[in-house]
Design a protein around this ligand. Sequence first.
Ligand code: ADP
Ligand code: MG
Length: 363
Amino acid sequence: MNWDDTAPPTTEDPATGAPDRLVGADADGEDTAVEAALRPKDLEEFVGQERVREQLDLVLRAARARGATADHVLLSGAPGLGKTTLSMIIAAEMGAPIRITSGPAIQHAGDLAAILSSLQEGEVLFLDEIHRMSRPAEEMLYMAMEDFRVDVIVGKGPGATAIPLELPPFTLVGATTRAGLLPPPLRDRFGFTAHMEFYAPAELQRVIHRSAGLLDVDIEPEGAAEIAGRSRGTPRIANRLLRRVRDYAQVKADGVITREIASQALGVYEVDARGLDRLDRAVLTALLKLFGGGPVGLSTLAVAVGEERETVEEVAEPFLVREGLLARTPRGRIATPAAWEHLGLVPPQQQAGAGGQQGLFGA
Ligand SMILES: Nc1ncnc2c1ncn2[C@@H]1O[C@H](COP(=O)(O)OP(=O)(O)O)[C@@H](O)[C@H]1O
Ligand SMILES: [Mg+2]
């Protein structure tokens, strides 16, 4: 009945309680240490995102030609797609210094005032997770972005006075995984918004090749393609899988990453051909084997895989939905025909000839 009795429990990040996974898109400690060395330094080197690159190139070129500071830029997209990298590229292309901070680090308007008032002319201020800034800081930012001015409040209560402070022109680069959460007045103050998309396998293959070169790893094109296909459209994951495959190639082979070696290594790490890991497969397997493909409620599904509701909903499902393997419907979760195919199983209505959910997918 239980799909997997022997598997170890998912390890957890003690800080967030979120499962720590090889195919997670957030940076772990090792990523942070290695990423600096792997970041492309200019737009030319930045792989993929053709439209964003072209548009950004125009924005930056025009500003340079005018001898002006570039417009504020908003970068929106999932974790690991290159937002931090692009912010650094913007500064490099403008020949400007960059200051890096994040929404959660700015809890009081005073924190922001301190940063803004110490900016140099033309400096790039990178505000990561800008949707997580506090309200008062956000309001201060509106004025800073528009008028290059902040009101510093001195004193408290009825006697408080606002002292206006002029700021040098600067470029704000905001990054967010949730552009929809930004208040419209903030969104409207960006001159340019770049929507970062997930990368195509061929683009990830280029990212992997580039990183392999920098890490001095021998890789065949087929090896890079194999890793790319399992990287969930995300350069950060591609770079992480590359490092794990490199380890395997060193220990188990002659160090060269071929398709065979990449496939064996990722098999050991339980990352399957489409980039699903153990948790993803557990959810899908339960949905298919225990509930005939659904519909089944989220809570029931979570109990069946021995995970929290939130873990299934926030960690496993988004990718399964994006891959077209699972659908969320008002009646519950259902598997798509692609899910049956991916796990090599046959849907019950095809076995028996009649099924309760026939017609849902026209199957
Ligand atoms: N277009 C790209 N080309 C090459 N490497 C990339 C690209 N985008 C991201 N990367 C790499 O992926 C990793 C994560 O990128 P990062 O900018 O930190 O993502 P984000 O800030 O969106 O979470 C970095 O090591 C970076 O070098
Ligand atoms: Mg980042």
